[in-house]
Ligand binder design. Structure first.
Ligand code: ADP
Ligand code: MG
Length: 699
């Protein structure tokens, strides 16, 4: 039965499959499986090799094997017994062994003498008799009903699925078996022939069979490769499409070659731009001078001087009689940028405006009028800048400080304002290359791969909590020598009351005891903006020696005199976060120190702490973070619109990703709207699924 309404048989509800009732459909819904296609695309997590049955005799206890035998007798479980134990005597070459099944009493009625049974599980030798504790079984030859079923759960490479409570591996396997028998025709190949040939991909139907019930490990690998490529290609085609759309826009504004403001700013800085800063600025300026809108990502390690590059970019717009906007993901960050820009640009006589969601209506209205009239040239704000009634007079450049929080979709939203501004996206922390190619695959990329000169990497130590008194002693000494320190407590989530309390308690205790000779202040995310600013000002100006803080100081804080960073419960932070925190010290002269106090309970935590101790390079640490935690956990990547890949593995499939990206770019270059007949299937597939991928609509 097809779902004729949508015209796509694969979109038919799973319940339309014979043998799947409302109850099973409800269970499957828990796994986000609603349609025939969802079920086909529920891929195994791994396979168990149960392909060759062996003799159960003489096998060491504890070893997992698969064996086969004919049912000789069934010893039923006692009523009320928990777990219910059913023992089946199975005759095989060389004798009889016992298969022990737990909580399978429903089987007792259907198990008949003479049936052939395949069993997989661990061997347990009891008084010289082989018992097999059954994990999985198949009745492969049912003499009573005279039906003969293929092995599904044993006797082959058996798929193991990501499952959930209430739905067993057996249910998923048998549902898929039914689907492969009844509904494979609903799935139609949509990859262009040439792509399949060029990349050696298995066609979709055999690939579905082989990914679920592979004939060999090699077949499983080939099937998986096909689906991984498919997934990456679909994603990359959308990015390439979006990129090519932008590249086909004519931008309405032009820049002049005025450099008065720029020269003045550079003269005020008191330092020279690094080579890397100059190189990326040249890349950016060449984009601005081109006739197509800039569409570029700026990456750089913590402290590499991205802000300055952003300011110089915005200034080029101002200098050309255009407007510039700097957009940050949170109010706190936007405010920080606003303060920094105001200070930097003051000598130039350029005063930025500020726009956020929470500002008073009258103030907002006044600013909007100035923006529309063009009398405000530079504006800093949050997503509030994207609201419909924000109208620019002559918008030239938009810089988005990402923090990974604007997704691909929001970036597109900016262009949908009917404008074609030049867009520069900045990431706050380095992210692994595969993620860059995925999340930012629609952008050109510039990397600042050099820190300003004279930076001494912070010495990084790892101590346990018992050693903390010594650490506080060290802080006292540093403060006596005129330096300042941070003590950071984990606050994974602002709503976690316990963590907040721990930070407050630590602050109170340090103030009363270990650090009573120092001037302490507390900074948490819960405090109001004014209070926060007051504390930060105190720390910046030196009237506060030690700042006890939750992770609110992670981003942007810049106090060069601070040279000690103590991180409490460091095992609870991710690598990128630790690196960001460490980046807060080592900005002024002299040696700086980062002390990680931790009780690393898990192997991952220990790995992270080892990595941060030995490595100072944010890009390398990001790769390690990906390795240890997986893509979803790399510094907020989850919020950024990264789809959950089912077959592709962003850690291992870098080459496949590169191939898919190249393939997508070729497809779009040759056929920008995917109009040619050989791309028709691909286009239809994208149109049918674009909502799910949450990216661009290919019209
Ligand atoms: P990021 O945003 O990349 O982490 P920032 O832009 O906050 O880094 O810069 C970190 C610090 O380095 C700031 O105090 C900034 O003034 C300073 N800085 C930037 N560029 C240079 C440079 N070329 N030479 C010396 N210091 C620099
Ligand atoms: Mg910064």
């Amino acid at each position: 039965m097809n779902n004729r309404l949508t015209g796509e048989p694969a979109a038919a509800p799973i319940q339309s499959v014979k043998g799947i009732g409302p109850r099973r459909a409800g269970e499957l819904a828990k796994l986000n499986i609603f349609t025939v296609k969802d079920m086909f695309y529920h891929f195994p997590r791994e396979y168990l090799d149960r392909s060759s049955p062996v003799s159960p005799f003489g096998v060491a206890s504890g070893k997992a094997i698969t064996a086969v035998g004919k049912v000789k007798a069934v010893k039923k479980g006692r009523p009320g017994q928990k777990p219910a134990v059913t023992k089946v005597a199975l005759e095989t070459e060389g004798g009889v062994f016992y298969a022990v099944l737990f909580n399978r009493r429903y089987l007792e009625k259907s198990l008949k003498t003479g049936m052939t049974m395949l069993v997989s599980g661990k061997i347990e030798n009891r008084f010289g008799i082989a018992e097999l504790q059954v994990q999985d079984f198949d009745i492969v030859n049912d003499h009573i009903t005279n039906s003969s079923a293929a092995a599904l759960h044993t006797g082959r490479l058996v798929p193991v699925y990501p499952a959930t409570a209430g739905i067993t591996q057996r249910i998923i396997r048998s549902t898929l078996q039914v689907l492969l028998e009844q509904r494979l025709d609903a799935i139609v190949e949509f990859l262009p022939d040439r792509v399949m040939e060029k990349y050696g991909l298995m066609p979709i139907k055999p690939a579905l069979r082989q990914i679920h019930f592979p004939d060999s490990p090699e077949q499983a690998r080939q099937a998986k490769k096909r689906f991984a490529f498919e997934e990456l290609l679909l994603f990359q085609v959308q990015l390439a499409y979006a990129k090519s759309k932008i590249a086909r826009l004519e931008k309405p504004h032009v820049y002049n070659n005025e450099t008065k403001l720029k020269n003045k700013l550079i003269a005020c800085l008191g330092f020279a731009l690094t080579g890397a800063q100059r190189r990326v600025l040249a890349e950016i300026m060449s984009d601005l001078e081109g006739s197509r809108p800039m569409n570029r990502l700026l990456q750089g390690d913590v402290g590499s001087g991205k802000t300055l590059v952003a300011v110089l970019t915005l200034l080029r717009a101002v200098e050309s009689g255009l407007q510039g906007a700097l957009m940050a993901p949170t109010e706190v960050l936007a405010e920080q940028h606003y303060l920094a820009l105001t200070e930097l640009l003051e000598p130039l006589g350029v005063r930025p405006g500020f726009l956020s969601g929470g500002m008073p209506a009258a103030k907002r209205k006044a600013l909007l009028e100035e923006l529309a009239a063009g009398s405000v040239r530079l504006v800093v704000g949050t997503q509030a800048l994207l609201q419909e009634d924000v109208i620019f007079n002559r918008l030239g450049v938009v810089v988005i400080d990402e923090q990974h929080r604007f997704g691909v979709k929001q970036r597109a939203g900016l262009r949908e304002k009917g404008l074609a501004p030049d867009v520069l996206v900045m990431t706050a922390t380095p992210i692994p290359r595969t993620l860059t190619l995925t999340l930012y695959g629609d952008l050109d990329i510039s990397i600042i791969d050099q820190l300003p000169p004279g930076r001494q990497p912070a010495r990084t130590y790892y101590v346990n909590h018992r050693e903390l008194p010594g650490v506080y002693e060290f802080i006292r000494k540093q403060v006596k020598a005129g330096r300042q320190a941070y003590v950071v407590c984990p606050l994974v989530d602002e709503s976690e009351k316990m963590d907040l309390q721990a930070a407050v308690q630590l602050y109170e205790r340090l103030k009363a005891e270990e650090l009573r000779e120092c001037r302490l202040a507390l900074l948490t995310g819960r405090m109001g903006g004014d209070d926060k600013e007051l504390v930060m000002r105190g720390f910046r100006e030196g009237s506060v020696d030690v700042l006890v803080a939750t992770t609110v100081i992670e981003v942007g804080v810049d106090v060069p005199n601070a040279n000690v960073m103590v991180i409490i419960d460091a095992e609870r932070f991710g690598l990128s976060q630790l690196h960001q925190l460490r980046g807060r010290v080592g900005r002024g002269g002299g040696q700086s120190h980062c002390i990680l106090a931790a009780r690393p309970g898990t192997r991952e935590a220990l790995q992270r702490i080892k990595a941060i101790k030995t490595c100072q390079d944010g890009f390398q640490l990001a790769e390690k973070d990906l390795e240890i935690r997986g893509p979803g956990d790399v510094a907020g990547v989850r919020q950024s619109g990264l789809p959950e890949f089912k077959a592709a593995d962003l850690l291992r499939d870098i080459n496949l990703l590169k191939a898919a990206k190249a393939c997508a770019e070729q497809l779009i270059a040759a056929d920008p709207e995917l109009k040619s007949p050989q791309n028709a299937g691909l286009k239809r597939h994208l149109q049918q699924n674009w909502q799910k991928t949450n990216l661009y609509h290919i019209g």
